[in-house]
Design a protein around this ligand. Structure first.
Ligand SMILES: [Zn+2]
Length: 118
């Protein structure tokens, strides 16, 4: 599926550590750096790729995962068509909550375009 390949390229371009997931229902295990003093240097997600947009991903995430599993590491995340269409929840710093890839990479949409061609 092309979308999975594009995400793998995106993670590489972003410098995020990724590998294929060996757990049914997930495609990738992804670790990305976090410089917040209350975090341990990084966050790790188990990512499921599905061809959906943000609102549908957020709704589906709430249907599939309860609060305990959402906030367990690695955090279950749903990634759809591009960095804006991603959804997970996690603790971060003294707070946390809903997250998207675009909140973590300044030039995410440019990298997403590059990931389609390289
Ligand atoms: Zn953090």
């Amino acid at each position: 599926m092309f979308l999975k390949l594009r995400w793998a390229r995106f993670f590489t371009l972003a410098g995020w550590d990724w590998r294929l997931a060996n757990q049914p229902g997930f495609d990738f295990i992804v670790t990305f750096p976090c410089g917040h003093s209350e975090c341990s240097g990084s966050h790790t997600l188990k990512v499921r790729i599905c061809e959906k947009v943000y609102d549908a991903l957020a709704r589906r995430h709430g249907e599939i995962y309860d609060v305990d599993s959402m906030y367990s590491i690695p955090h279950p995340a749903l990634f759809g068509d591009g960095p804006d269409n991603t959804y997970w929840q996690m603790g971060h710093g003294s707070g946390g909550g809903c997250e998207t890839v675009s909140q973590w990479i300044a030039n995410a949409n440019r990298l997403w375009e590059r990931a389609a061609h390289e």
